[in-house]
Design a protein around this ligand. Structure first.
Ligand code: UTP
Length: 475
């Protein structure tokens, strides 16, 4: 085995991976050999070579204009959207409701990655974030999907993407919680792929230990390959269930309105293959990906790639020209995903320079880098936007849709404290819309099984109810 591996690796300049082979026991050798055999070293060499090619983002940015979009009914911002085809909120809600009633909508939650910034020693979905209930992110999301299943009376498929770092704990946790009320046969847990980290200096694949390659998740764009892998792939099973629309969301945002009929309706009535929720940027440099239109196609320009001169451009009414900030809530047509999964190179790789601890193959010592020593390769799901027909955005308001948990407690933004505050603020506003009086300083939380909108809350509350203590409203 060693000779064959050696020849294979030498041909790609990666033979250092066998530096400690003779010191490994049989199981360790098998582990390393399996990792080596799973890697496409020609692709890695190609990616490394191309990393310094300047991306075409500058050209894109120069040609960028505002994307076609609809405004969600809770948006109060008067700044205009370039609307492709007039659709009222009522029409959208009706179309989305029809699709849900017909059982055509499935759900996918990406819960992979590594959650490095949060620093929580478990999958992010297990983070207790409910401001009163301490419900985990998983519980909140599962209850939202269960609420849809109950309301529209169908077996809602819920696909959960994990990473090698989160997979077994997630499987164990969700099973232990009985999928929060969903049926096991409706929950599809699948693991994303990985890519090796390479040395920034010479493209050599890094070893994280003497018998293990430094692998990291291949980005949320890994969903496309992972969902379509194998004969009975997750996507195949969704299509067998006649799921036409897939609602995509990320584990870190507890405010997402899962399966919102209005959002679905804009997608369906506009004949779109991919629709994305966006929030209106307040400042040109806001740290969100910018969805723009370039020559009739939608693209995302990362905030770090948007030239200041372009980001600052304004419309005659003073509003930002590049205004649409991606919040990673999408609807995909399943037929579109199927088609893209068959095309070569549907999603490009992006490069991230990171500090990756590794073993020095010369002396076997563990290296804890202090500067970015490695390059990682990742795919992003939003890179499907340019190839989607009639792609469109829907502007939503941040307080009712977006509060991502990214950073550790005490951080300046996207911390657990900030997210709990945002959850409570949204539900407080929902109660106040029913005429309730909520005392300042208390926390309000509503289970998705109790109500999914202010209108649904209103149906369950007496007018003018007073809240003087923190409360978790649930059925
Ligand atoms: P982030 O980009 O915030 O990454 O993911 P992360 O891994 O959660 O956290 P950091 O950057 O290491 O601190 C946004 C969403 O995409 C999912 C995450 O689970 C989260 O829901 N994701 C990210 C994946 O599923 N796979 C990946 O490879 C990366």
């Amino acid at each position: 085995m060693q000779q064959k591996l050696y020849e294979h690796l030498t041909a790609c300049g990666q033979e250092h991976l066998l530096a400690f082979w003779d010191a490994l026991n049989e199981a360790e050798q098998e582990h390393l050999a399996a990792q080596i055999n799973s890697i496409d070293f020609v692709q890695i060499a190609e990616l490394y070579k191309r990393q310094d090619e300047s991306a075409n983002t500058l050209t894109l940015a120069e040609k960028a204009c505002d994307p076609p979009g609809y405004k969600f009914s809770t948006v109060r911002d008067p700044a205009p959207c370039k609307t492709p085809k007039p659709i009222t909120a009522q029409e959208a809600v009706a179309a989305g409701t029809d699709a849900l009633n017909a059982g055509k909508v499935g759900f996918v939650l990406v819960a992979g990655g590594q959650g490095t910034r949060l620093g929580f020693p478990h999958p992010k979905g297990m983070y207790p974030i409910g401001p009163v209930s301490n419900a985990t992110l998983f519980q909140i999301h599962f209850e939202k999907v269960l609420a849809i299943a109950r309301q529209f009376g169908y077996k809602t498929p819920y696909c959960i993407m994990t990473s090698p770092a989160t997979h077994s704990e997630t499987v164990h946790f969700l099973k232990g919680k009985n999928y929060f009320g969903l049926s096991e046969e409706d929950v599809f847990i699948f693991c994303q792929g990985t890519m090796p980290a390479v040395s920034r200096d010479d493209g050599k694949v890094l070893l994280e230990s003497k018998n293990s390659i430094a692998l990291s998740p291949d980005g949320h764009g890994g969903m496309l390959a992972a969902m379509t892998k194998g004969e009975r792939s997750v996507l195949t099973q969704l299509r067998e269930r006649e799921i036409e629309y897939l609602f995509y969301h990320q584990v870190d945002n507890p405010l997402v309105r899962v399966g919102s009929p209005e959002f679905l309706g804009y997608h369906i009535l506009n004949g779109s293959e991919l629709t994305s929720q966006v929030i209106r940027k307040q400042q040109p440099a806001d740290r969100v990906g910018n969805i723009v239109e370039v020559e009739g196609r939608l693209h995302i320009i990362e905030y770090s790639d948007l030239p200041e001169s372009v980001g600052r451009q304004t419309n005659p009414d003073g509003s930002l020209k590049i205004w649409a900030g991606n919040i990673a809530v999408h609807i995909f047509n399943t037929e579109f995903l199927d088609r893209k999964s068959r095309a070569a190179d549907s999603l490009p790789f992006h490069y991230a320079r990171k500090k990756v601890p590794h073993i020095d193959c010369q002396n076997g010592k563990f290296v804890q880098p202090t500067t970015e020593n490695a390059v990682k390769f990742e795919r992003f799901i939003f890179d499907l936007l340019p190839s989607a027909a009639n792609a469109v955005v829907v502007e939503v308001d941040s307080p009712n849709h977006y509060a991502p948990l990214k950073n550790a407690s005490g951080s300046a933004s996207h911390s657990p404290e900030a997210v709990r505050r945002d959850i409570s603020a949204m539900y407080t506003a929902w109660l106040e819309q029913t005429g309730a009086v909520v005392q300042e300083g208390i926390s309000i939380e509503i289970s998705p099984l109790f109500a999914d909108s202010p209108q649904a809350v209103a149906k369950k509350m007496a007018v003018g109810q007073r809240f003087e203590q923190s409360v978790y409203l649930r059925d």
